[in-house]
Design a protein around this ligand. Structure first.
Ligand SMILES: [Zn+2]
Length: 191
């Protein structure tokens, strides 16, 4: 928690880290970018620092987020991609200026357009989503096994058998639930 806001859950894949800013979509949803400033914070830790963010830009970001979530979910279960989601992703990808540049240390850095606007940052996220949903990257789109979460995540494990979007939250909760269930059934068996 920072300033009373929920922490971010950062993964290694930009697009699904972004969709993870809303978690527990099928339970008590947790909005991790509730204010424009929190989106600025998230973009900063994700290597996409912007100068400022308006309420309208936050709305646009959330629209992109839910569109990526919808398209990634459809791709994970091999359904047809929802046309409206594809349109939003493509619009965001097109309407931003960003370039990948190399640092002297040989790392990739995103250089946003001269205005460093939210739209520039969203275009990077949208194009990351395109590469994952199109199956261009080494990995598999899957849905979190937690019934209250069902987040789309990108499984890059060697066996491609990852079950949870996040081991520290969904994975742990599931393990704990199993532990409690096994203890209580063990107790009944013993009595
Ligand atoms: Zn999950």
């Amino acid at each position: 928690m920072r300033d009373g806001f929920p922490d971010f859950r950062l993964g290694t894949v930009l697009a699904t880290s972004f969709t993870g800013t809303l978690s527990e979509r099928h339970g008590n949803a947790v909005e991790r970018i509730p204010t424009p400033q929190r989106l600025v914070d998230w973009l900063t830790v994700s290597g996409l620092a912007v100068d400022s963010c308006t309420t309208a830009q936050l709305d646009l970001a959330r629209e992109l987020r839910e569109s990526i979530h919808a398209a990634a979910t459809a791709a994970a279960v091999q359904d047809a991609l929802p046309a409206s989601a594809v349109r939003v992703i493509n619009d965001c990808s097109v309407h931003g200026r960003a370039a990948a540049v190399l640092t002297p240390e040989g790392q990739r850095r995103w250089q946003l357009g001269s205005a460093s606007s939210v739209e520039d940052a969203l275009s990077v996220i949208a194009s990351d989503a395109v590469s994952i949903i199109a199956g261009e990257r080494d990995g598999r789109l899957a849905l979190c096994a937690s019934p209250t979460c069902q987040a789309a995540f990108f499984d890059t494990s060697q066996s491609r058998t990852r079950k949870w979007c996040d081991m520290n939250t969904c994975g742990n909760r599931q393990k704990k639930a199993r532990f409690i269930a096994s203890r209580s059934s063990g107790g009944r068996a013993g009595s």
